[in-house]
Write a protein that binds this ligand. Structure first.
Ligand SMILES: N[C@H](CCC[C@H](N)C(=O)O)C(=O)O
Length: 271
């Protein structure tokens, strides 16, 4: 059966979005990975399925390119906000976020970050602000959960880090029972951060909204930046604000690339 989809992105972090609010779609890890494949599928970093919700205006299921279903996706939250064209509360596995059109882009209330080792989660207790761990010359990171798990390394030059090699090592380290998104950041000003991300289940991406949120929160906790910053990723910049003890607010662009239909049966869908 042919299913309509919308190809979208947030600063180049790209998505295939299916709207299954009125026509159920049996998404599986295998089907998500097949559709996300950039050689034999449509190709994307994450596959998004919109579903009905009894707790919010709609639900959003998030599948990484490896097929794993995850809790949160900042850039996709903005993309869905753009698709809807109006303010909406969106339920994800990581909690409810609120998206609304703002200044030509989309603003998302990403909720409150969590810092307890069990909430990241880590495999055992430790200080999550200055973790006593390291991988080669990446050490003393911070860990933050913004619906999904992030580890943040502050370095002198984020562009010089061999993230393609170290990212997967850290992602799959037993310290992170749910695996982890790996952020390397350089403070470039009192309200400016340069960031690169190795994403859990997706690898190096052009941008990571939750990574920008987690990195900003860690930098503020360490006293490195103001409470509102511009985070520059390879695909462009996001504005992240974290008022005292409040929710994180992420503002940035989102775009629709094209619309199409796909024969899901050709990718192994059975119903
Ligand atoms: N790879 C992430 C999900 C997508 C996050 C990223 N695309 C974003 O914009 O937040 C994870 O496994 O938690």
């Amino acid at each position: 059966m042919r299913a309509p989809f919308t190809k979208m992105h947030g600063l180049g972090n790209d998505f295939v979005v299916f709207d299954a609010r009125h026509a159920p779609l049996a998404m599986t890890a295998q089907l998500a990975a097949a559709l996300a494949n950039r050689h034999t599928g449509i190709g994307c970093d994450q596959l998004i399925v919109l579903v009905p919700s009894s707790n919010a205006d709609l639900g959003m299921r998030i599948f990484n390119a490896d097929g794993g279903e995850v809790e949160s996706c900042g850039n996709a939250s903005r993309a869905v906000g753009l698709l809807l064209g109006h303010a909406a509360r969106i339920e994800t596995l990581g909690g409810i976020v609120s998206a609304e059109p703002a200044g030509g882009g989309v603003a998302v209330d990403m909720g409150k970050p969590r810092f307890e080792w069990q909430d990241i989660p880590l495999a055992y207790a430790m200080d999550t602000l200055r973790m006593p761990v390291g991988w080669e010359d990446l050490d003393s990171p911070s860990a933050v959960n913004v619906g999904n798990p992030h580890v943040v390394f502050f370095v002198s030059d984020a562009d010089a880090v061999d993230l393609a090699r170290l990212g997967p090592q850290i992602e799959h380290d037993p310290l992170f029972p749910e695996r982890v998104n790996v952020n390397v950041a350089t403070i470039t000003g009192p309200a400016a951060i340069r960031l690169r991300v190795w994403e859990r289940g997706a690898g190096l991406t052009r941008a990571c909204g939750t990574g920008a949120c987690a990195t900003t929160v860690a930098a503020i906790r360490l006293g490195l930046v103001a409470r509102e910053v511009s985070v520059t990723l390879p695909g462009g910049a996001l504005n992240i604000a974290w008022p005292m003890a409040g929710s994180i607010r992420m503002t940035g662009p989102a775009a629709e690339s094209f619309r199409g239909t796909v024969d899901l049966a050709a990718y192994g869908a059975t119903k």
